[in-house]
Design a protein around this ligand. Structure first.
Ligand code: 5GP
Ligand code: ZN
Length: 114
């Protein structure tokens, strides 16, 4: 997708503060962090929303979650905890239409989210 922000970060057309680069998945720091650690984990493949997932992406989604868990552990948050979030479409506030996992950590968080 030529006009997708996260595809441009994937392709190096705009800078991303990369945390992890794998064959199928990338992770980079959020430009507007909502916690001391706020990492976005994306698939290399352009998938606009969670609604576009099919059974063939099950391993990919599993890898995204597993990568978020690994980054949380590496950064020392396994014991205190962290939050993983995925937003879909308007009511959840999705603003970039290339699926991504948010990893938020380093502060106490309220529930339910706003
Ligand atoms: P959403 O609201 O779609 O779930 O999350 C999109 C996230 O992308 C937001 O947390 C926002 O701060 C982040 N974001 C938007 N533009 C950029 C950018 O150019 N670079 C990075 N690293 N993050 C971005
Ligand atoms: Zn994209």
């Amino acid at each position: 997708m030529s006009d997708c922000l996260f595809c441009k970060i994937r392709d190096g057309e705009i800078p991303g503060d990369l945390v992890y680069e794998g064959d199928s998945v990338l992770a980079f720091n959020d430009i507007n962090p909502q916690a001391p650690t706020h990492v976005l984990i994306i698939p290399r493949e352009h998938i606009a929303t969670l609604n576009d997932l099919t059974p063939k992406e099950e391993p990919l989604v599993g890898e995204m979650i597993q990568r978020a868990v690994t980054i949380a552990r590496e950064q020392g948050y396994a014991e205190n905890g962290y939050r993983i979030a995925l937003n879909c479409n308007r009511d959840a506030g999705q603003s970039v239409f290339h699926i991504h996992v948010h990893l938020l950590a380093g502060r106490s968080m309220s529930w339910p989210p706003g």
